[in-house]
Design a protein around this ligand. Structure first.
Ligand SMILES: Nc1nc2c(ncn2[C@@H]2O[C@H](COP(=O)(O)OP(=O)(O)O)[C@@H](O)[C@H]2O)c(=O)[nH]1
Ligand SMILES: [Mg+2]
Length: 460
């Protein structure tokens, strides 16, 4: 319990500081589900203004929710089912008699969105290795990239994966997979002389057995459009190999098209989906529709071009992001894992926030990864972005604090003009930058205190 409180405090402090540091530098840019999130937030804000909600209030709010979902390219069947469920519960006793009706409605919307998204799917492992994973999908959907991402995930779990290149039709495809393999440190099985994808896959699996690989990831060929020939070939491979995981990789930016493509692949045994490009301007339609329509789980989300940009699919987290609540759990997890690495004493109070705390926080932030990714996880900051300029500034801040003496860090008020010049010189910065850091530090200190109260109250 105490640990949890500390973690939450840390989170609040991280948010506080990021709010303060991030904002002066931020450039607005489209983030995951930005427009859907903005629409829903404005609908909820209208509801929040009312002490009591009438059935008319709820109906008109739900009409707006309906429009925003359709605009986000959510399948109409899903929209209808979702709204039916929300309406039924929202018109029930629990909301009408509540003292916080808007929050009740939001909670219902949240619950039902999670229901619609279904449970996330997980990889199935073979009792005797190698486990086989086949990635299917149209060309450009992200199969090859995702193969590399999965290899990284598996390696992190202590597994030894092997990538198998079976896309023989496109000449550059094998080289592309080899490049990916190199980038993620995973061996690639390929045979440029072979023209039969099934033959290559079988030989690759044999190779994996002989050489002690635990998992093989088969990258298959795709085309720009679904056709019977492609489907026929892939179906033959899928039947012959009977993989432990048959995964369809879908471009999340294509909205309802992704659902149509999934239905097009229904001749194959598909166990689940990976939605890629969820970092861009994905409107959310694919994610919100596909499991409900096809009754198959989403397993992972691809959230960037880098090979570490993949996340296991957690419906409740995605919903929190869609509703603009930020992805608190993901952030807390990240902070916790950064903490484990630092083994530093836990700061437990907002009261004595010194430059030493500040330094530790700066370092922790570097460990957390690119700032813009962290920002996207924070409630209210989900549509802000930070560029390399700002990252550089944070590094400078770190250098400045490092150039201070112990006394100066504990009591910044003693830092006068000559001390500032010394610090600037020592850290390779300017006096103006030292001043900026001190100003930011004061602001962060103030904000950490006030925000700790505000954020707790923000959501039910
Ligand atoms: N932004 C973003 N780009 C991605 C993601 N996954 C794949 N891509 C990009 O999509 C393009 C096509 O990917 P590729 O793996 O070659 O697709 P394939 O034809 O299905 O093998 C490449 O430019 C990738 O960098 C993702 O999650 N986010
Ligand atoms: Mg490919």
């Amino acid at each position: 319990m105490i640990e949890l409180q500390i973690t939450i405090k840390l989170f609040l402090r991280e948010s506080a500081r990021l709010d303060k540091f991030g904002l002066p530098f931020i450039i607005h840019k489209e983030a995951m589900f930005e427009s859907l999130t903005a629409r829903l937030q404005s609908i909820f804000n209208k509801l929040r203004g009312k002490a009591r909600l009438s059935p008319q209030d709820i109906d008109s709010a739900l009409r707006e929710v309906r429009l925003s979902l359709l605009e986000a390219d959510v399948h109409y069947k899903v929209v209808k089912e979702f709204l039916d469920r929300v309406r039924q519960r929202a018109l029930g006793e629990e909301v009408m008699s509540s003292f916080t009706p808007a929050q009740q409605v939001i909670k219902i919307v949240r619950d039902e969105m999670i229901n619609i998204l279904g449970d996330g799917g997980e990889l199935r492992y073979a009792s005797s290795p190698p486990t086989t994973i086949m990635l299917f999908g149209l060309q450009g959907g992200g199969k090859t990239t995702t193969a590399g991402k999965l290899a990284i995930l598996l390696k992190k779990q202590g597994k030894k994966p092997l990538l198998i290149a079976t896309d023989v039709r496109r000449p550059a495809a094998i080289q592309q997979l080899q490049k990916v393999g190199k980038a993620v440190g995973c061996d690639v099985y390929a045979d440029a002389g072979q023209k039969d994808p099934l033959g290559i896959a079988k030989a690759g699996i044999d190779f994996a057995k002989r050489k002690g690989y635990d998992v093989v990831i088969v990258d298959t060929q795709g085309r720009l459009h679904l056709d019977d020939e492609l489907l026929g070939e892939l179906e033959e491979m899928e039947k012959a190999l009977n993989p432990h995981n048959a995964i369809l990789v879908l471009d999340g930016m294509t909205g309802q098209d992704a659902v149509n493509i999934a239905m097009g692949f229904s001749k194959l045994r598909i166990d689940g989906y990976i939605l890629t490009k969820m970092d861009g301007d994905a409107r959310g339609g694919a994610a919100l529709s596909i499991s409900f329509i096809t009754q198959k789980p989403i397993m992972f989300l691809g959230v960037g071009e880098r090979y570490d940009a993949i996340e296991p699919f957690h419906p409740e987290r995605l919903v929190s992001r869609i509703l603009g609540m930020g992805d608190v759990l993901t952030l807390i997890e990240k902070i916790e894992s950064a903490m484990e690495e630092t083994e530093e004493e836990l700061p437990t109070s907002f009261e004595n926030f010194t430059l030493n705390d500040f330094l530790r926080e700066l370092r922790r932030m570097h460990k957390l990864g690119p700032l813009e990714h962290i920002l996207s996880l924070i409630p209210g900051a989900s549509n802000v972005r930070v560029g390399p300029q700002e990252e550089k500034m944070l590094k400078k801040f770190e250098a400045i604090v490092l150039s201070m003496t112990k006394e100066e860090r504990e009591n910044p008020s003693i830092i006068d003009g000559s001390r500032k010049r010394r610090i600037a010189k020592g850290s390779g910065t300017t006096v103006q930058e030292v001043n900026l850091l001190l100003k930011r530090f004061e602001e962060a200190k103030q904000l950490a205190k006030t925000l700790s109260a505000r954020r707790i109250r923000r959501w039910p």
